[in-house]
Design a binder for this molecule. Structure first.
Ligand code: BG6
Length: 484
């Protein structure tokens, strides 16, 4: 079992907001081995006492409303160690190797919570000082490149030192409870699978809406845009889980193989196709609730002009027997009306209608899988309105499964909790195999190329709306509408 976790970039935002709180919850749930140490490394590390105090402060802020359990708090803080050093330098890392990680039989997880630009030199140094050994697992975060070529370069530098089975590429959406529930919904219940195809499903919508803006990370975001930041990874992963064939088992290989087939079956959106299958948008000033917010180019750190999209909508098709002719509408954006992430599976209308007046596109069955803020599943069904009316008035009602209500006494783990726990146990099912990332980039690169060849502009939308009107038109052209 894992005995040490080394966090490179341990004094950064990701570590404080996500990693330490997740590890604390795992400690609380008795999922950390007694001997486990958490070693933070960064160029500007604090001394031991200040570091523990800062982590404590962050735990109080990010671990939920209840006060921290005093016993767990004490145990957790005792696990923390902090070193101020440059992890790209062999000389600096050799100190850790000689003085901290002396027992080579202890498993080691190294988490690179750093920009990918330094992945290669850090991995070289880990190898040079003997830390990149067989019993090390390496965890890396997105962005893994900005296109397929740069991903392959980053990946080659990791693979020159580690085996694929040692590398855990995180897509934090895969750690979300409802995303795992998608697998359960589809493959642990007999109900949906017979209907899960183009005979019964009209179309699918995947929406990941955020109310925050690019704000504090403007310059990073401006290089990426919504397509690279959200679609290449999170949205395509959701699409894979929704569309893949039943895997033979939950083993990483079975699941990854099925997801890869979906990515390979995605119809490329190339050249002029981008003009009618994609929409780019950029937010302007507006209101989110009662708060007035600036436009994208007036955000702190913004340069005056930018054509970067903060919103993207795409009509995708999967070219295989199961999904031929079924559009998958994807959309994501910042500064939208509210933060939510939802998948809508819209079933087809009845083959023969006996309730003449009541049925129409709106009344066809709909399965809504809500990922956040609350997690739940709703199945919209038609029901007769009670009463003596001979016309059989019907109304859409929903079978509502709120995961929060159904499991009230359960702590719903944060995505990072699940993922870190899986790394410790060596289970990579919920991580990204290299060929999945590569295939996702190939699809995204075509769209980017189309955008630049055809000079597709990011059209303005007002903050607090649900994106540009072109996004409504994208779906309306097919006589459909977004289910907001
Ligand atoms: C990250 C993106 O991967 O996901 C961010 O880089 C985005 O831009 C975030 O805000 C959204 O994650 P969540 O879990 O809040 O939906």
């Amino acid at each position: 079992m894992i005995c040490d976790i080394l966090i490179i970039g341990g004094d950064g935002d990701l570590a404080y907001r996500k990693l330490y709180p997740a590890l604390f919850h795992l400690d609380e749930a008795d999922c950390l081995p007694a001997c486990l140490r958490i070693v933070s490394v960064s160029r500007t590390a604090l001394n031991a006492a200040d570091f523990r105090n800062k982590v404590l402060l962050m735990l109080t802020e990010y671990c939920g409303a209840a006060p921290l359990n005093a016993k767990v708090q004490q145990r957790f803080l005792a696990r923390l160690h902090s070193y101020s050093l440059d992890a790209t330098s062999e000389a600096a890392l050799s100190v850790l190797s000689r003085e901290v990680f002396t027992d080579k039989s202890r498993d080691l997880i190294t988490y690179l919570a750093t920009p990918p630009a330094i992945f290669a030199p850090v991995c070289q140094s880990l190898w040079a000082v003997g830390l990149a050994r067989e019993n090390m697992r390496l965890v890396v975060e997105k962005p893994l490149g900005h296109d397929q070529e740069s991903f392959l370069q980053i990946n080659a530098s990791l693979m020159s030192i580690f085996k694929e089975s040692q590398i855990y590429r995180i897509d934090h959406y895969l750690g979300k409870e409802t995303v795992q529930n998608l697998l359960t919904l589809r493959f642990a219940n007999a109900l949906f699978e017979p209907l899960w195809n183009n005979n019964y499903i009209d179309h699918v919508q995947i929406t990941a809406a955020e109310s925050v803006g690019a704000g504090g990370r403007w310059s990073f975001y401006d290089e990426a845009g919504a397509l690279r930041d959200m679609v290449q990874n999170h949205l395509l992963q959701l699409l894979c889980l929704l569309a893949m064939e039943p895997p033979a088992s939950l083993s990483p290989r079975s699941v990854h193989d099925e997801k890869l087939k979906v990515l390979h079956s995605l119809a490329p959106i190339k050249g002029r196709d981008v003009t009618d299958k994609t929409v780019r948008g950029q937010y302007t000033a507006g209101n989110i609730g009662s708060e007035a917010v600036p436009g994208y180019t007036a955000e702190q750190g913004a340069t005056a002009r930018s054509n970067t999209e903060t919103f993207v909508a795409i009509k995708a098709h999967i070219n295989n027997w199961r999904w031929a002719g079924v559009p998958f509408y994807l959309r994501t954006g910042k500064r939208l009306q509210r933060r939510y992430c939802e998948i809508v599976v819209q079933f087809k209308e009845l083959p023969h209608v006996i309730f003449q007046d009541q049925t129409g596109r709106d009344s066809a069955n709909r399965l809504v899988i809500q990922l956040q803020p609350e997690e739940g599943i709703r199945l919209h069904l038609l029901n007769k309105v009670p009463g003596l009316d001979d016309n059989f008035p019907l109304e859409s009602v929903s079978l509502n499964l709120s995961l929060t209500d159904a499991f009230t006494d359960r702590h719903v783990p944060d995505a990072y909790e699940r993922l870190l726990y899986d790394v410790m146990r060596g289970n990579s099912t919920l991580f990204m195999r290299a060929d999945l990332v590569e295939a996702a980039w190939a699809w995204i690169d075509d769209i980017h190329e189309g955008w630049s060849t055809h000079k597709l502009k990011a059209v303005p939308y007002v903050s607090g709306s649900m994106g540009p009107t072109d996004s409504i038109a994208l779906v309306a052209r097919d006589n459909r509408q977004w289910q907001d």
